[in-house]
Design a binder for this molecule. Structure first.
Ligand code: ATP
Ligand code: MG
Length: 124
């Protein structure tokens, strides 16, 4: 995926760093991770105006971690409270259904980072 554009209107680079071991991930967790990536990337194309997207997937220490970050506009504090914005709130709720959580951090003009963390059943 590295080097591809996200969307016809997106002109930046997308870098993928996958350090997961390929261990089996329960389907419910896989779906939560997929939906989180999808919404984070949709948000990036709609709101961020960035030129770099980095996606990291890791399953070390029995926690699945997915980070999607961009170097775009950042989220203003009031943007998170928009009554008609359901994307990030929905992801927070979805993460809880698999005992996980979502961290959203953003600095004005330095971009946004969305991190999903979900505990995995103990590995072999
Ligand atoms: N990557 C990002 N860069 C800049 N701003 C962002 C980013 N992601 C989200 N935002 C801001 O945070 C707000 C809330 O995001 P959220 O996904 O919850 O809602 P939305 O994308 O506006 O609407 P919905 O997801 O319900 O279609 C957005 O309206 C936008 O202002
Ligand atoms: Mg959204």
């Amino acid at each position: 995926m590295a080097g591809n554009e996200l969307h016809p209107t997106h002109r930046g680079r997308v870098l993928l760093r996958n350090t997961s071991t390929g261990r089996e991930i329960p389907k419910a967790i896989e779906l939560v991770a997929y939906r989180s990536a999808q919404e984070a990337l949709t948000n990036i194309t709609k709101h961020s105006q960035c030129d770099l997207v980095e996606i990291e997937l890791c399953d070390a220490r029995d926690v699945l971690t997915l980070e999607v970050r961009d170097n775009g506009a950042g989220i203003s504090p009031d943007a998170l409270d928009k009554p008609k914005a359901f994307g990030l709130r929905g992801l927070q709720e979805r993460a809880k259904t698999v005992a996980g959580w979502l961290d959203v951090s953003s600095y004005d003009k330095r971009g946004t980072s969305i991190i999903l963390s979900v505990p995995l059943p103990p590995g072999p």
